[in-house]
Design a binder for this molecule. Structure first.
Ligand code: LR7
Ligand code: MN
Length: 631
């Protein structure tokens, strides 16, 4: 039955692929039979993440940006949470390898294809705004290292699809000596043949027993990208290849040196630009070419690829020289157009901004002595403000970015490039305030950081203000004297304090064995596994709550959690993190308990065994996978 279900679904998918791909996206999502319709319009924002991460949700009121609903006649932008469902081994490999290599759900990214509609997250007032017709033209520069093919191409196509042609001078892709193709291929061990198939219309694909897996699934960032650009993106898209890995900082300088448009727009290689994103960025630059602008960075979930709005926040930093998001001070929101007026920001996140090309060069581009990743965002932010420019966030410009939970790559020699780069920026720009950094990182005080004379010359030649001036005038919120005290964060409160609404409560009974899901040990034990045991209506430790964030909470304590990396691990009870993904479950009509980031269903392993172990398995509708949440 499972096989039949799987092959019917595949036939359907392939049929739709071949009929629909003539003029539109290469992969249309077909709802899985029995799947639940699901709206992602409710809150879906991570509570906390590592690294800068997406901005935290504001506390009050809960931000529901007004929406007019999908554009008539176009596919709704909402994704089913079951978009990541695993049907077979190949799906499993793509998903697992995708998480391993890219730290996000590449299976869903591939299924989305290169074009999709997005919810228009702009404030309604933005939609009435008019922009000058005569705006400077833009060169979009996108550096990438080992990027997932589908994410990279969706970035490129989103720019082509949503930018007026007369404003888009070119897109420059800088391949930072990616190595992906070599590594991903051998994983498809069961593959019988690879090359081009008559049905793949020239695209590289691999096939096995009549099933096709296109280049979209296994693309090589070298050959396939070349071919794709040649065949599908002639004209405006140019590819530059670094002969050796340079890192994103020198990578951007190289990209910019090939650009000929008036304004440079930098994007990460896993972004999607939203409606009318570019005009609001170009307008303030046209007015004053010493203005550097950032869009609001919307959140694309790494687990579900769902696109959701970010609150309006601005950039700051701490004395560890980590970027952070800050609330916008009321003084910035005072204008009549408060909600949509540009906001002065002390720093930028780094990846997404627009800047006059000549100004970029005059201002000293980037520090070429910075390697791979990190620090350049604070360096350019300090430099902009200290040397006579300004940095604005433009609420009417929205660009989504995939926020991963970890960085999927290191530096070639394994060095901590963030520390190296931060050290350089501290010595060049921070004057006596670099002591604040050293107070937190004493081991770096004597660390060598290379030659900074060229950067000191830049600072001198541009006659820049002191760091003191920057703190006093641009970032007065920064607390200086007590680096050991954590800076207070008045506005954002951990969302964990306010639990999402519970939709349903009760025991989770497996219909095959007629037993209930419980903690193997105590329900309060973090990391404990769950098993099925005899149901006991009076036992509060058997009670699950299913809430609007699709979490399953046992006895009001811990959430049922699946590690995103290893789908073979059994689910565990973990602290609720509220960012969906590994703790996001759907309870379908067919009684299946589907795990969103794993793409599989919860099953009783051996119905006859008294141990009652459960595990994740490919959803096949079998009895062992049927659960009921009941009072
Ligand atoms: O060696 C490398 N070569 C590259 O070309 C390493 C990376 N890259 C590319 C990479 O493929 C990607 O397109 O550079 C881009 C940025 O790298 P990410 O996506 O790994 O960085 P990030 O999003 O984790 O980190 C943020 O901080 C970085 C500090 O160096 C950069 O400024 C990133 O551009 C920046 N991203 C954003 O600002 C997006 C919003 C994140 C937030 C908050
Ligand atoms: Mn990024």
């Amino acid at each position: 039955y499972g096989c039949l279900f799987t092959s019917v679904t595949w036939t359907l998918l392939l049929f739709l692929y071949f009929t629909l791909s003539q003029e539109s996206p290469p992969f249309k999502y077909v709802p899985v039979p029995g799947g639940q319709p699901f709206s992602h319009q409710h809150r879906f924002q991570p509570r906390f993440t590592r690294g800068p991460g997406p901005p935290p949700p504001p506390q009050d009121p809960p931000r529901e940006l007004p929406r007019k609903g999908p554009v008539p006649g176009r596919k709704a932008a909402d994704l089913s949470p079951e978009m990541g469902m695993i049907f077979n081994e190949q799906d499993q490999e793509i998903r697992d390898m995708g998480y391993h290599k890219h730290a996000f759900n590449v299976l869903i990214s591939n299924r989305l294809g290169y074009h999709r509609d997005l919810p228009d997250t702009r404030n309604e007032k933005c939609k009435d705004k008019a922009y000058p017709m005569a705006l400077p033209s833009a060169s979009v520069v996108i550096c990438f290292f080992n990027e997932a093919f589908s994410a990279l191409l969706r970035t490129v196509h989103s720019v082509l699809d949503r930018t007026p042609a007369f404003l888009l001078h070119e897109i420059i892709l800088v391949d930072d000596n990616s190595e992906l193709g070599k590594l991903l291929f051998p994983l498809f061990k069961k593959t019988k043949k690879q090359g081009t198939h008559p049905q793949s219309r020239g695209r590289a694909c691999v096939w096995d027993e009549g099933r096709l897996f296109f280049s979209i699934l296994t693309a090589d960032l070298k050959e396939d990208l070349d071919a794709y650009i040649r065949q599908n993106l002639p004209g405006k898209v140019r590819l530059v290849r670094n002969g050796k890995r340079e890192g994103l900082i020198r990578g951007r300088v190289i990209g910019a040196s090939h650009a000929t448009g008036e304004v440079l727009v930098f994007l990460d290689s896993h972004c999607e630009v939203n409606e009318v994103w570019l005009q609001p960025l170009l307008t303030p630059i046209k007015e004053d070419r010493h203005t550097v602008v950032c869009p609001v960075i919307d959140i694309i979930s790494a687990d579900t690829l769902v696109y959701s709005p970010s609150p309006i926040v601005r950039g700051g930093f701490n004395w560890g020289l980590h970027f952070k998001w800050d609330p916008v001070p009321l003084s910035e929101l005072n204008s009549p157009d408060g909600a949509i007026a540009p906001i002065r920001s002390p720093t930028m996140a780094g990846g997404l901004f627009a800047m006059d090309r000549k100004y970029f060069n005059d201002l000293g581009q980037y520090d070429n002595g910075m390697d791979i990743w990190g620090g350049e965002n604070l360096e350019i932010s300090f430099r902009i403000w200290m040397c006579g420019g300004q940095l604005l966030i433009i609420p009417c410009s929205r660009v989504g970015h995939i926020f991963r939970k970890r960085r999927p790559y290191g530096s070639p020699g394994g060095q901590d490039t963030m520390a190296h780069n931060s050290l350089r920026l501290a010595h060049v720009w921070m004057d006596e305030y670099k002591e604040q950094y050293f107070a937190l990182r004493p081991e770096l005080r004597t660390r060598s950081y290379g030659d900074i004379s060229e950067r000191l010359a830049v600072r001198k030649q541009l006659q820049c203000h002191s760091f003191r001036w920057y703190l006093d005038n641009i970032y007065p919120e920064m607390q200086v004297s007590a680096p050991h005290n954590k800076p207070q964060q008045p506005v954002f409160v951990n969302k964990g304090l306010r639990r999402p609404k519970v939709l349903q409560r009760g025991r989770l009974r497996n219909l095959q064995v007629n037993k209930c899901l419980v903690a193997q040990g105590r329900p309060s034990q973090k990391g404990g596994v769950v098993v099925v045991k005899g149901c006991d209506l009076n036992d509060p430790e058997q009670e699950w709550a299913y809430d609007e964030e699709h979490e399953l909470i046992l006895a009001g304590l811990l959430c049922l959690d699946m590690s995103e990396i290893r789908s073979t691990d059994p689910p565990r009870l973990m602290k609720c993190h509220g960012s969906g993904g590994s703790q996001q479950w759907t309870l379908g009509k067919s009684n299946r308990l589907y795990q969103v980031s794993v793409g599989q269903c919860l099953a009783v392993m051996d119905p006859l065994s008294p141990k009652g172990y459960v595990a994740m398995a490919i959803c096949d509708g079998s009895q062992s996978q049927q659960w009921q949440l009941e009072d």
